[in-house]
Design a protein around this ligand. Sequence first.
Ligand code: GUN
Length: 276
Amino acid sequence: MAIILDGKKLRDKILVQLKSKLDSLDKKPTLAVILANDDPASLIYVNNKKKTAEKIGINSSVYTYPKNVDEKTLINKIRELNNDKNITAILVQLPLPEHIDKQKIINTIAPKKDVDGLCDYNFGKLFAGEKPYVYPCTPKGVLLLLDEYNIELEGKHAVVVGRSNLVGKPLAQMLLNRNATVTICHSKTKNLPDITKTADVLVSAVGENIIEEKMLKPNCVVVDVGIFKDNEGKLHGDVDFENVSKIASYISPVPGGVGPMTIASLMLNTVELSAD
Ligand code: GUN
């Protein structure tokens, strides 16, 4: 049976460390969150971020807009937050409505307040193998979780399923920076199982139930970034946990794996940005 990569436990450990660090600071960081969609899941995520921040001593403010908000309104708000000395970190909750140019909005955030590390400056630094102000939260959380369990990456074949800017692309680059041999798979990949079967470390970030036991080699490490609800409202990841956990060496559960680590990384990033 696989060892569980326990994201909740590591999140709690990180939050305790952060809280004691924050308790010793005179000036607390302030995280500004922009929410501009009507997605109930996004609202839950944002409330969770705010609650966690406040619990450890990070101030936070949430700016909510209707989904028909125009680009100019969001850009003006971000410029105002960029110029506000009390705001140390800015997060635009994704997804944004279709009519909004997502990258234009993200690029309006000053790079040193871009707590998601998603603007062109921070992304470019990452892909150039240089240091961005911060690394994107979910990939950072995945690596923290692997490191916590001393999972070796150098020389290993890491297969990332999913190529989003939020997870797949930056994670692949971060694994490459750690000297893994990286393959990125996506919806147009042919013979996915032939590739996943050669993975020493498999990370799936798709949002569909696609990873089965027969697609994996025994003793591989499996990280499940996917999260979605079935018709009955039950939460699932991308991985058939019940069967895959019988053959994997390590596996992250959903919920309780990468999700809590994303929040922990956001808190770490918020504190890192306030120190600059
Ligand atoms: N939506 C889902 N995950 C994330 C995330 O990590 N950052 C932002 N900004 N939006 C998200």
